[in-house]
Write a protein that binds this ligand. Structure first.
Ligand SMILES: [Zn+2]
Length: 275
């Protein structure tokens, strides 16, 4: 599933391609997505300018005209493919919505597994679910003190707590594993047992890991591709994720990376460096 860096890269690709352009045609091929696409979706956005694209957690927010907000989530397998005016659009079987802009730029929302979403929200979208209860953006104002306060009563394991979108938005399984390795914190440690110094390490390493992943074009696992079809390469920089049985990357450490399952998700960690 795409995590924050991959979603941010898709947002940037869309921003470069369509911001400031007017939507000329919207073709909806399937209305029965996870949240049904309204019948008047095309009518609501056609002829309006895309003012900006923002991101909140793993959601991309399209600000259209003066009064329309459309929310996009890639789900498990969703992709955005963009075609410049010089390329011709090549339809794929699972292209559910296709936009054509006034200059001929075109983009398709493709999602074979249909866990993704593309719906109209109100102008007051931040007051609606899921945004109303969404936690802080890790790349914006977030401090060790904030984290410390938000987890001080949580008995669950820190790994699971960091995956909770109400605590911090957009960090997913891959990047939480990497952050805890860098912060040298055991993923099974109770969240409320962490001191302020540990929280500060988590916040600082989250920022570093996410920024490095964005700079590397994200991590390509299974379905994720850039809007132009190219691939990210941060997966080559993983220290622990998907490295069960490999030697720990810390030179002074001779342990092997372990995999355990927490709340149904795989956790990868070094038992020596993270205890
Ligand atoms: Zn180690």
């Amino acid at each position: 599933m795409p995590e924050l860096p991959e979603v941010e890269i898709v947002r940037r690709g869309m921003d470069r391609a369509i911001t400031g352009k007017v939507i000329r045609i919207v073709q909806v091929n399937r209305y029965d997505l996870r949240i049904p696409v309204p019948q008047d979706f095309g009518q609501s956005v056609t002829g309006k300018i895309v003012r900006s694209l923002s991101r909140r957690g793993k959601y991309i927010i399209m600000h259209i005209g003066d009064d329309v907000v459309s929310v996009l989530h890639l789900g498990m397998s969703g992709r955005i493919r963009i075609f410049s005016p010089d390329d011709s659009y090549v339809p794929q079987k699972h292209d559910h919505i296709v936009f054509t802009m006034d200059d001929g730029t075109c983009f398709a929302f493709e999602d074979p597994r249909r866990f993704g979403m593309f719906y109209l929200a109100s102008n007051d979208w931040e007051a609606d679910r899921p945004f109303i209860s969404m936690g802080v953006e890790p790349l914006e104002k977030w401090s060790g003190q904030d984290l410390f306060e938000s987890i001080r009563n949580k008995k669950a394991a820190i790994k699971s707590v960091l995956l909770d979108q109400r605590v911090v938005a957009g960090l997913g399984n891959i990047y939480v594993c990497e952050v805890l390795f860098r912060a040298r914190i055991n993923p099974v440690c109770q969240a409320k047992a962490l001191d302020i110094a540990a929280c500060e390490r988590i916040v600082a390493h989250s920022r570093d890991v996410l920024n490095e992943a964005i700079a590397a074009g994200g991590s390509t696992l299974k379905d994720y591709q850039h809007t132009d079809g190219s691939l990210g390469y941060f997966q080559h920089g993983f220290s622990v994720y998907d490295r069960e049985g490999h030697k720990c990357t810390h030179e002074s450490c001779s342990s092997e990376i372990l995999r355990i399952v927490q709340a149904g998700r795989s956790t990868f960690y070094c038992p020596s460096c993270q205890n």
